[in-house]
Design a protein around this ligand. Structure first.
Ligand code: UTP
Length: 409
């Protein structure tokens, strides 16, 4: 990109300050800055306006029941056989979302490299691979695993897998791809700089995973191999059951376009997104979007009406993903602490949120589906998120849950 084109774009979005130090830079830094400008999707900045925001555009919510643990037990054999058959026929792939920055955990490396072991090494990535290896052992086939990283953690992640010999997984079935980045801005919508030639950018949320897979050229791979279903999951749930034959079988059996693992909420106030209907279509309502009335609403049997929380483990059909790949996802504007360069050229690490980041979220893909099967799982067996270092959803709570499931730490 030339200086003139960059200037034109920046003027349009009121971001000319990005070029303020251009004359002082050497050729390498100039090139670096112009190539960053070229990569940025500036249209996300329009979401700063409150009226453009995701939360102001929600429809009418209503509750949605689930295939319960009891239902699943009754049909386990049927579901298992269907799901295992799909896996054996190579129809299922998995996608690990590992492009996040894990700021709450405060670990400087990719979250999956965190060692959750106590008396021995046990990395988060290793826990996930071990869970997937159980399916390999049961079905006799390796399930393709695509791993999404970001510009910030890709090299560390790839090197780590190589160093650890893919934790015993067949490396021919593991592929990495890099997600897009978005700029970070102050509360007035001005993009922060990290240095005179570096724009403050961060991963743009986990919602762009499929378009990033397509851009990486893996859609051909997926189609040529006859993959029909993709199981997408988060890096931070160490009890995550991936490519679970019963879950896959239940979704296929139901004729649904997609499925989501869910857990019964521990209390009406639990801070999880709830799978429900929005204007009659499947959707996830975030905990902060729920009114008091919705949180407390009961069914005839006294249980919570908005009961089933999502745990970031979804099954999507490739056909539908292809149809929606070019649809615009809602952009979430999130307050964050953003390191920035001040007027003296110093890098400041703020103690409090000082601006916004822009993210699209995989949970919004659910609303683009015609149907989504909520599939209930036992919380203590399948949900041990590592978000924080201590307290709720932390290393401590995840360790307890791993032990409870007989996993040696
Ligand atoms: P979180 O919403 O917990 O975000 O991600 P995070 O960045 O990991 O952690 P915090 O909020 O900074 O503490 C849920 C899942 O989505 C992935 C994460 O790696 C995790 O598996 N993710 C998140 C991405 O792949 N890309 C992103 O841009 C954000």
């Amino acid at each position: 990109m030339t200086f003139d084109t960059a200037e034109k774009i920046l003027l349009k979005y009121g971001q000319e300050h990005i070029l303020a130090y251009y004359d002082e830079l050497d050729d390498g830094d100039r090139k670096n800055l112009l190539s960053q400008i070229e990569l940025i999707d500036f249209s996300v900045l329009e979401n700063i306006n409150v009226e453009n925001r995701h939360s102001s555009k929600r429809g009418r919510f209503s509750p949605l029941g689930a295939v319960t643990i009891e239902d699943i037990e009754k049909n386990r054999e049927k579901y298992y056989t269907k799901g295992a058959e799909a896996i054996k026929n190579g129809k299922v792939a998995t996608v690990l979302l590992a492009g996040g920055q894990g700021t709450r955990l405060g670990f400087e490396k990719p979250k999956g490299m965190y060692d959750i072991g106590v008396t021995k090494e046990l990395y988060i990535f290793e826990c996930l691979i071990n869970n997937l290896l159980k399916v390999v052992a049961d079905t006799g086939v390796y399930v393709p695993l695509y791993i999404m990283t970001s510009e910030k953690n890709n090299d560390d992640t790839m090197n780590f897998f190589e160093e650890k010999k893919y934790f015993g997984y067949d490396k021919n079935y593991i592929k990495f791809f890099i997600q897009d980045m978005a700029p970070s801005v102050d509360f007035n919508g001005k993009i922060y700089m990290e240095s005179k030639s570096d724009i403050s950018i961060s991963p743009n949320g986990n919602g762009g995973w499929f378009s990033s897979i397509v851009r990486a050229g893996f859609l051909e791979d997926i189609k040529e191999n006859g993959i029909e279903w993709i199981n997408v999951f988060a890096v931070d749930n160490v009890l995550q059951q991936i490519a679970d034959p019963c879950f896959i079988g239940a979704v296929i059996d139901s004729g649904s376009q997609s499925g989501s693992k869910v857990v019964s909420k521990a209390s009406p106030d639990e801070r999880v997104g709830v799978l429900c209907l929005e204007d009659g279509k499947p959707s996830i309502v975030e905990y902060y979007e729920m009114t008091e009335e919705m949180r407390e609403l009961r069914t005839d049997d006294g249980g919570l009406a908005y009961k089933y929380g999502v745990i970031l483990n979804y099954l999507f059909s490739v056909d539908r993903l292809e149809e929606i790949v070019s649809e615009k996802m809602p952009v979430h504007v999130v307050k964050k602490k953003i390191p920035y360069m001040d007027d003296n050229g110093e890098l400041i690490n703020p103690e409090e949120p000082n601006g916004y980041k822009f993210e699209t979220l995989v949970l919004d893909m659910v609303h683009l589906q015609k149907s989504c099967l909520p599939y209930e799982v036992e919380r203590y067996k399948e949900f041990a998120p590592v978000k924080n270092s201590v307290g709720v959803d932390s290393v401590d709570t995840a360790r307890e849950l791993l032990k409870l499931n007989g996993i040696e730490l």
